[in-house]
Design a protein around this ligand. Structure first.
Ligand code: HEC
Length: 171
């Protein structure tokens, strides 16, 4: 009896696993307009671009390298979700389409997120240990973003929001 129930359970699990494979999330990379990339608008030194490439671009650019497990449901749903959410918040491939205020805010967030070790997500690091940031990577990113924010503020004082104030619109 128990054997039979087990057998049915195993078959149901296999059929279920096969069935969910039909729900395939969107895993496309939009084509990149070279005019709009981060590099086209800001100075990105080689050491900074190497860190972004290694630790951020999978979720914050249109240069995502989709891993093999992103082919397999249910992992595929989680991966695609992170990439879509990540791009929505910050996509270095469309940087040029952001307003100055948003750019400034995102630069501030880059430093904050890595200093707090919120980015890259722990889940991602389990499978991409090479993306782990060292203390010196964090410093490199923060020095870079702070310097650019200074330049932004110097170019237009409106860009430097008073301390503590967040932009009203979601950005
Ligand atoms: C596995 C995907 C993934 C990776 C890798 C990743 N992020 Fe994110 N990032 C997200 C997602 C998803 C969000 C949306 C908010 C959240 O989940 O915390 C986000 C949000 C952000 C934000 C926006 C925060 C805000 O409130 O404006 C910044 C800035 C950011 N990430 C920077 C980085 C940096 C810098 C790296 C690399 C060091 C990185 N992220 C790596 C997925 C990722």
């Amino acid at each position: 009896m128990i054997k039979k129930i087990l057998k049915i359970a195993v078959i149901a699990a296999i059929v279920g696993f096969a069935a969910i494979q039909f729900w395939r999330p969107d895993r496309t990379n939009a084509s990149i307009d070279p005019k709009n990339t981060l590099e086209a608008h800001l100075e990105v030194p080689q050491n900074v671009s190497a860190i972004l490439e290694r630790s951020c671009n999978d979720c914050h650019s249109d240069k995502t390298v989709w891993p093999w497990y992103s082919n397999v449901a249910p992992m595929s749903w989680g991966v695609a979700d992170h990439v879509h959410e990540g791009r929505k918040e910050l996509n270095f491939s469309v940087w040029g389409t952001y307003k100055d205020r948003r750019k400034n805010h995102k630069l501030k967030e880059v430093c904050e997120q890595v200093e707090k070790r919120e980015m890259p997500h722990n889940q991602y690091l389990w499978l991409h240990s090479e993306a782990t940031l060292t203390d010196s990577d964090v410093k490199t990113l923060c020095d870079w973003s702070k310097e650019l924010m200074k330049q932004f503020a110097a170019a237009d004082p409106k860009n430097s929001a008073p301390k503590g104030e967040e932009p009203k619109e979601r950005d």
